[in-house]
Design a protein around this ligand. Structure first.
Ligand SMILES: Cc1cc2nc3c(=O)[nH]c(=O)nc-3n(C[C@H](O)[C@H](O)[C@H](O)COP(=O)(O)OP(=O)(O)OC[C@H]3O[C@@H](n4cnc5c(N)ncnc54)[C@H](O)[C@@H]3O)c2cc1C
Ligand code: SF4
Length: 349
C-alpha cells in the first residue's frame, strides 16, 4: 500500500488567510482542492510539500455569477466538476466546457475534483506516473529525482503531456483566470497560464491562488469538445479538441478558435485557425483544411497511451467532428461509435 508522506495541514477560511500562509511558507507549501490529482501524486512521491493549504473551506471560491449587463459568466475555482456539469448556464451557453467537464474521470472523482485543480493539473508521462520503486528502478527521470528524459533522451526539456480536459475547452471559449496572492491580483488569458514545459508547466507563481474563471458572453457562439481516450468509461485524454465558432445568420464564420489538449506539455490555441475560418462557411472542404492545419500543429510524444503517429493523424478527424457538430450536423452516432470503439479495444479477443 502506498502511504502519504507526513505534512502539516492548514485549513484557512478566507482567501486572504490562504494567501498569507502561502507567502509565509514559500514553495514548500502547496494548495489542495479536491486532492484527486495531488494526493495520488504525493503517494508516488512526485510532490512532497511540507504544508498543504486546503481550499475546501475558503469562502467565495464556489460562486457562479453572471456579469451585469454583459452576460459573461464567472465560475469560482472551487466549484467541483459535477457542480459545473449541473449548472444550466454552463450547459446551455458553453457546451464545450460542459462536455469537457462531464468527461473528466468518473462521477466520484468529479464530486471531489475542482475546476481550479483541473486547470492546474500536473503533466503526465508513462515514465513519471509510476510509484517510487518503479521510478527508482529506471534511475528516475528529469521531471523528478533524475537527470534524463526517457522519452527524448537528447532533450533538455521534459515533454510530459498536459492532460486537463477543461483547459482546451475554456481556451477555445476565450476564458481568462484571476490569480490572487498577498501582493495583489492579476487576470491572465487562460492560454497564457500555460508553458510548453512538462516541469514548469504553469506561469502561476507558487504563492498565487487561482480564484476564478471568467467566460466572455456566449451570444452567437457555439462550442464543443471532443475527447479521445482508450476507455470510454473513464480515462485521461490522449487528444482533446475544443472548438468555438461565432457565425452570422447565413452561416458565415465571424470568429473562431480551435484549441488542442494532450498533444503538448500545454493546451494551446491552434495558431491561424481562426483567421483561416473567418469569412468562410463551414463546408466539407473548409473543415478538412482546418483539420489538416490543426494536425500540423499537434506534437504528441511517445509518453502516453496509443501510437503517436496515429494520434497526430487523428487530430484532423476530430477537428472535423467538432466543426461539423458546430455546423449543425447530428454527430451523436459518431460520439457513440467512439465510445464503443474505445471499449471494444479493451475487450478480450
Ligand atoms: C483515476 C483518475 C482519472 C482521472 N481522469 C481525468 C481525466 O479524464 N481528465 C482530467 O482532466 N483529469 C483527470 N483526473 C485528474 C483529476 O481528478 C482532475 O483533473 C481534477 O479536476 C483535479 O482537481 P482537484 O481539485 O482534485 O485538484 P487537486 O488534486 O486538489 O490539485 C491539483 C493541482 O492543482 C493545484 N491547485 C488546486 N486548486 C488550485 C487553485 N485554486 N489555485 C492554484 N492551484 C490549485 C494543486 O496544488 C495541485 O498542484 C483523473 C484522476 C484520477 C485519479
Ligand atoms: S517526458 Fe521525460 S522528463 Fe518528462 S516525465 Fe517523461 S520521462 Fe520524465
Amino acid at each position: 500500500m502506498m502511504r502519504l508522506p507526513w505534512f502539516e495541514f492548514r485549513a484557512p477560511k478566507s482567501l486572504a488567510e490562504a494567501a498569507r500562509i502561502l507567502a509565509a511558507e514559500g514553495p514548500r507549501a502547496m494548495l489542495i482542492a479536491g486532492g484527486t490529482d495531488l494526493l495520488p501524486n504525493m503517494k508516488r512521491r512526485h510532490q512532497a510539500p511540507s504544508t498543504l493549504v486546503s481550499l475546501r473551506h475558503v469562502e467565495g471560491l464556489k460562486k457562479i455569477a453572471n456579469g451585469k449587463g454583459t452576460k459573461d459568466l464567472t465560475l469560482g475555482a472551487g466549484l467541483t466538476l459535477n457542480e459545473i456539469v449541473a449548472d444550466p448556464a454552463v450547459r446551455g451557453k458553453y457546451a464545450g466546457l460542459w462536455q469537457a467537464a462531464a468527461q473528466v474521470a468518473t462521477a466520484h472523482l468529479r464530486n471531489m475534483g475542482t475546476l481550479g485543480g483541473n486547470l492546474c493539473l500536473d503533466t503526465r508521462c508513462n515514465y513519471y506516473n509510476q510509484n517510487y520503486e518503479w521510478r527508482k528502478a529506471i534511475d528516475f527521470c528529469m521531471k523528478k529525482d533524475g537527470e534524463t528524459c526517457w522519452v527524448a533522451t537528447a532533450s533538455k526539456r521534459c515533454v510530459a503531456t498536459s492532460s486537463t480536459d477543461t483547459a482546451p475547452a475554456l481556451i477555445a471559449l476565450g476564458a481568462s483566470v484571476r490569480l490572487l496572492s498577498s501582493q495583489g491580483e492579476r487576470e491572465v488569458a487562460l492560454a497564457d497560464l500555460y508553458r510548453n514545459d512538462g516541469i514548469d508547466y504553469l506561469t502561476r507563481r507558487p504563492d498565487e491562488i487561482l480564484t476564478e474563471v471568467k467566460l466572455p458572453a456566449a451570444a452567437g457562439w457555439k462550442s464543443t469538445y471532443w475527447k479521445l481516450r482508450r476507455r470510454g468509461a473513464f480515462d485521461f485524454p490522449v487528444l482533446g479538441v475544443a472548438a468555438a465558432v461565432k457565425t452570422a445568420r447565413d452561416g458565415t464564420v465571424e470568429e473562431a478558435r480551435i484549441a488542442l489538449g494532450a498533444v503538448a506539455s500545454r493546451p494551446f490555441l491552434v495558431a491561424g485557425a481562426g483567421e483561416f475560418l473567418t469569412g468562410k462557411k463551414l463546408s466539407d472542404e473548409v473543415i478538412a483544411e482546418a483539420g489538416a492545419k490543426a494536425a500540423a500543429r499537434a506534437k504528441p510524444m511517445d509518453n502516453t497511451d496509443l501510437d503517436i503517429y496515429w494520434r497526430k493523424q487523428v487530430v484532423a478527424e476530430f477537428v472535423g467532428y467538432a466543426l461539423r457538430e458546430i455546423r449543425g450536423d447530428d454527430m451523436s452516432a459518431t460520439r457513440l461509435r467512439i465510445a464503443r470503439q474505445t471499449l471494444a479495444a479493451l475487450a478480450p479477443a
